[in-house]
Design a binder for this molecule. Sequence first.
Ligand code: NI
Length: 228
Amino acid sequence: MMLHIPGVLSREEVATMRAEIDAADWIDGRATVGTQGALVKRNRQLPEDSPVATAQGDIVLRALRANATFFRAALPAAYMPPLFNRYAKANEESYGLHVDGSLRGVPGSPKWLRTDISSTLFLSEPDAYDGGELVVVDTYGEHRVKLPAGDMILYPATSLHRVEPVTRGERVCSFFWTQSLIRDDAQRTILFELDQAIDSLRQRLGESAETVSLASQYHNLLRMWSEP
Ligand code: NI
């Protein structure tokens, strides 16, 4: 499932975040990829251990904890700390077709996080740059994504994806991975759609014997499939 979540951050929150991260020191984005990614990745990132990245990443996670749509879609078990990247016209920075690594070491811990869901939070307005679309490839074809600043796209981390070359201006984003309570994207999609349908029925018709029954089926599926 690919899901566009609007307004994760307000315009003002994006502007404050941009002022903080734009003033920080950026490094070659190849610092966080394996050998396959290094061949196709041409961008810059904030260092993973940079205090600015840590502080701003916490703001992103705080906003997500308050976002009911993100919670229902991702059913998060754990997050990697958000990272920040930028692609500029100089050198037409881009990130060729790749898949994100399936496991990532949790910083400061011997634990691993399974990357079930990839998320990109846009921190540049679409008219600030040309190119720079996130292209996600699945069995239905290619999906091109370019969202207003403050909006997020969530997609299965199993997908091949790329970022098109930036040919004008600069594209700044935050991105991170979530391990979900529900490992399988198809099961996660069923739960999300069932949850949305129950919610919509409740709003239209109020609580009823049917919505109680459907909610119990939702929770029974969640109990059957979740891996807390
Ligand atoms: Ni990627």
